[in-house]
Ligand binder design. Structure first.
Ligand SMILES: NC(=O)c1ccc[n+]([C@@H]2O[C@H](COP(=O)([O-])OP(=O)(O)OC[C@H]3O[C@@H](n4cnc5c(N)ncnc54)[C@H](OP(=O)(O)O)[C@@H]3O)[C@@H](O)[C@H]2O)c1
Length: 428
């Protein structure tokens, strides 16, 4: 059997501990599959004294992850600290300079610096792999770069933040308000230290930008992802959507259009009987569409110790087996800079307006829509409040530009209270 593959792990939190457990518990299985043992030689975290529930005495300890990344007895630097810059990026760069392969679960770092890091790795013939960074335990990076490599990918979609899906599911199933469901998720430890990373769509947007790069052969462009979180979704929206046989999901969609690359992470209505509509709780789902294969649906745990460590080990095993793939499925130097297109493809929209209870109010709204070239598919007025009445409108297909013209027009009518809610209805 060949020499062992030696891992240096920086970060011994949820994912790091999961990786240590797999390496310890599956030593024989890993060695058989890789044709060589896979071992941990050194680790790093902030606190050396913290009890992490796994024995660490056999491993060298480094306080400084950069020092860990450069050690002679480390072949693969495993970055599991997190953070887009700081020690994670410094240690990753140091590892690549020192000729080490890198495996990471760090989507923030790759969404912002993926291109430069991939080029640095590939210029030296090294691997930089990130299966665990997107949709946790779902092997979606492998599916795109390997399983679907013969396809022209037409669209990538996904529910890739389990916390948001949990909150929306609890609002729907338990009748909780957004604030109540948010507090429950917080109590269960589901939210990031900065909750806006979850509920603002940023974390899921990072993942979408990574998938888009592989799918369309383009440089990662997180800055161009249109982001909208779930904070404005109300229980009324969820109920009305259900009444029309839709579910509301924080859905990521990336597709190449005639006008450029469209990347959106925003609340969308999806048919309730579709696989995405049936996804409940913290589970993730990624939908991939290719010209030859049609539609592929992948579903599974998007986070957590075991699932995320499972994905890290898939990359480690590739390296142990001598399988080298470019980070984004093709050499980083050949990835194009895509023009960003804002919601270029027309879609129907769900609108909820708080309309003053005055004669002619509805006619004014209909006129604004007509002037923007938007036709109405369905309209419903329900449950008058004291001086206002909520009105729901489902439009026929329209562009985002026309919708924005109408939304601006609504406020000029003087009959709309507050900010109208507009949610895209995605064909899935
Ligand atoms: N958790 C998941 O389910 C999941 C899923 C997919 C991807 N990811 C990604 O995986 C990465 C790790 O996530 P996690 O949930 O395992 O994080 P975590 O539980 O917060 O653990 C982070 C670890 O990094 C260590 N650390 C932080 N700053 C450090 C520094 N400056 N020097 C040395 N060590 C440092 C911490 O040390 P101490 O323990 O001593 O504080 C801790 O062990 C992140 O990029 C995350 O986005 C996580």
């Amino acid at each position: 059997m060949s020499a062992p593959l030696r891992l240096g792990i920086a970060g011994l939190g949820t994912v790091g501990v999961g990786v240590v457990k797999i390496v310890r518990n599956h030593a024989d299985l890993l060695a058989a599959r890789a044709g060589r043992p896979v071992v941990v030689t050194a680790v790093s975290a902030r606190s050396k004294s913290k009890d992490r529930g796994v024995p660490l005495d056999d491993y060298a300890w480094e306080d400084d992850p950069v020092a860990l990344a450069q050690r002679d007895d480390v072949d693969v630097y495993v970055e599991l600290m997190g953070g887009e810059d700081g020690p994670a990026k410094a240690a990753t760069e140091a590892a690549l300079r020192a000729g080490k392969d890198v495996v990471t679960a760090n989507k923030a770092m790759l969404a912002l610096h993926g291109q430069e890091l991939a080029e640095a790795a590939e210029n030296k013939g090294l691997s930089l792999r990130f299966e665990a960074a997107v949709a946790g335990g779902i092997p979606v990076i492998k599916a795109l770069t390997e399983g679907l490599a013969g396809n022209d990918i037409t669209r990538v979609m996904g529910v890739m933040n389990g916390t948001c899906n949990y909150i929306l599911t609890r609002m729907e199933n338990a009748g909780l308000t957004y604030d109540e469901a948010f507090a429950e998720a917080d109590g269960l430890g589901y939210l990031e230290a900065d909750p806006n990373l979850d509920v603002g769509g940023i974390d899921a947007g990072h993942k979408l930008s990574l998938l888009a790069s592989i799918a369309f052969g383009t440089q990662v462009d997180f800055a161009s992802v249109e982001l909208e979180g779930i904070g404005a979704i109300t229980i009324e929206d969820i109920r009305q959507a259900a009444d029309m046989e839709y579910k509301i999901k924080l859905l990521g969609v990336a597709q190449m259009t005639g006008r450029g690359l469209e990347q959106r992470m925003s609340p969308c209505l999806v048919p309730d009987r579709s696989p995405l509509g049936q996804l409940v709780g913290g589970t993730n789902m990624v939908v991939l569409e290719g010209d030859s294969v049609g539609q592929i649906v992948l579903r599974g745990a998007g986070a957590g110790e075991g699932p995320t460590a499972s994905a890290v080990m898939a990359d480690v095993l590739d390296i142990a087996r001598g399988i080298r793939l470019p980070t984004f499925g093709q050499p980083a130097s050949t990835l194009r800079k895509a023009r960003a297109a804002r919601a270029a493809i027309a879609a129907p929209y769900y609108l909820r307006l708080q309309l003053q209870d005055k004669p002619g109010a509805l006619a004014k709204i209909a006129r604004v829509l007509g002037e923007a070239g938007i036709s109405i598919d369905r309209m419903r007025q329900y449950g008058h409040l004291e001086t206002t009445a909520p009105v729901l409108i489902v439009t026929h297909k329209t562009t985002r530009a026309a919708l924005e013209e109408a939304l601006a027009g609504f406020s000029a009518t003087g009959v709309v209270e507050g900010t109208p809610v507009a949610i895209r209805i995605e064909a899935v």
